[in-house]
Design a protein around this ligand. Structure first.
Ligand code: HAM
Length: 428
């Protein structure tokens, strides 16, 4: 085994997989722009307080999963971003973008870092794509981010997804509910595990999120937040559900869904995939009107958004064979040289083809013609262009379509004309 291995919880992405990533990213870019979202790119690290305040100090992410460090002995602690939403809001407030236009729709694709125990679908460095709609959080806005997310899944052809949705109400609703939860859990205090005991005081809603099997029965008997919602909160939620139904988006109301981040209020949602094992959440999000104030903003910035885990999405797509049709070399031409004396001539031809915009590959290792053909097939090249002494003398080359095995003899200019055109057609 080589001396150096990738750090546990990280992985390398080789070219075959890059084709899958690019395909998914292409769909994300297209659909985000279709819905009027613009891309934002943010720093990989932020001051630690941003996440403590934004995500909440009683959450697992802040409590135990952040990669934090001091850049210098007297510096402020910084943290590798464990999620994007706090950073997007920080950037929007810092640049004051909402003063120029009250609504901003931003999306991102990028790497995140969480010190979780690595397992299938759970890494310490992973990627998300997501969207944040800042400045308005009407039911229409919340429905818009959910619709965008579901359209991405739909366009990729992903099946077997379940959208679970809940309303966490507003602050007053939650305060009433928090008191009710405390009263409910106190008699069980001795039976709770350590993290839940701690949460009982600080944030009893978090107990509902516990995966500890021993607590599930107690949790199942807890009061429902939904019963503590005001009439206005219920109406808000029902309007979101109305939009989803109208758009044919299936959902399941899950009154136990609280999500692992503290900034949510009103609608929260999560999508799970039947293709994933224990880590079955493929994406999630919700409305987070309180975040801007939490980060020190003097004005309200109502907002909602979602994020989808790229690795989990790719695992689910792979299981459903949704990448079978992707061929990164679909238009590739492989120049095959029949005699090594003609190698320099072949190199010159390859250069001319590339200059003319034709995707071209050529053997650089002086391998036999058979080996060159094998390589062309391995790369799933679309064409082979044969260079032999007759071709060299006449300037007419044999072009073989490797899919149909059809052969034509033509000049280099004609090759460029033909493939250049088919390339253009393919990209329209
Ligand atoms: P989240 O639920 O923490 O939400 O993460 C969203 C998705 O990221 C998860 O559903 C999962 O697919 C993926 N993910 C999370 N942790 C890991 C990991 N360790 N390894 C692999 N994939 C992972 C957020 O991050 C919120 N910022 C979403 C949001 C946006 N809410 C409002 N706007």
């Amino acid at each position: 085994m080589p001396q150096y291995q990738a750090v546990k919880g990280t992985r390398d992405i080789f070219p075959e997989e890059i084709a899958q990533w690019k395909y998914v990213e292409g769909v994300v870019h297209n659909l985000a722009s279709l819905y009027g979202f613009s891309e934002i790119r943010l720093p990989m690290f932020e001051y630690t307080e941003l996440f403590q305040r934004g995500i909440g100090s009683s959450t697992d992410i802040v409590g135990k999963e952040m990669f934090s460090f001091l850049p210098d002995p007297n510096g402020r602690s910084i943290t590798l971003r464990p999620e994007m939403t706090a950073g997007v809001m920080r950037a929007a407030l810092q640049k004051n973008i909402l003063s120029s236009s009250p609504v901003h729709k931003l999306y991102y694709i990028g790497e995140l870092f969480r010190k979780e125990r690595p397992q299938a679908g759970r890494q310490r460095q992973f990627s998300q794509f997501g969207a944040e709609l800042l400045g308005v959080s009407s039911p229409a806005a919340v429905a818009e981010v959910i619709t965008l997310m579901m359209q991405v899944f739909h366009s990729l052809g992903l099946q077997g997804l379940k959208l679970r949705i809940n309303s966490l109400g507003d602050l007053n609703d939650r305060n009433r509910y928090r008191d009710a939860l405390k009263s409910y859990f106190f008699p069980f205090e001795e039976m709770l595990d350590e993290p839940s005991k701690e949460r009982l005081e600080k944030n009893p809603l978090r107990i509902l999120d516990s995966k500890n099997p021993a607590l599930q029965e107690i949790i199942a008997g807890a009061p429902r937040l939904y019963d503590y919602l005001s009439v206005a909160s219920v109406e808000d939620f029902e309007k979101v559900l109305f939009y989803l139904s109208e758009r044919g988006i299936d959902y399941e109301i899950d009154h136990r869904l609280v999500r692992g981040l503290d900034y949510y209020g009103h609608t929260a949602f999560e999508v799970t995939s039947s293709e994933l094992g224990a880590q079955d959440a493929i994406g999630g999000g919700g409305r987070y009107d309180a975040l801007a104030r939490e980060l020190g903003s003097s004005t309200e910035v109502p907002a909602s958004g979602f994020a989808v885990g790229m690795e989990r999405l790719l695992i689910a797509m792979e299981k459903q064979a949704l990448f079978a049709a992707i061929n990164p070399h679909a238009s590739l031409l492989y120049v095959i040289v029949q005699q090594q004396e003609l190698a320099d001539h072949a190199l010159n031809i390859a250069w001319q083809l590339r200059k003319a915009g034709i995707k071209t590959e050529i053997d650089l290792a002086g391998r036999s013609m058979k080996a060159q053909m094998r390589e062309a097939n391995r790369m799933r090249a679309a064409y082979a262009l044969f260079i032999g002494s007759t071709e060299y003398e006449t300037g007419l080359y044999t072009l073989k379509n490797l899919l149909t095995s059809e052969q034509t003899t033509l000049s280099l200019d004609s090759v460029v004309e033909m493939l250049g055109q088919s390339d253009r057609k393919a990209t329209v």
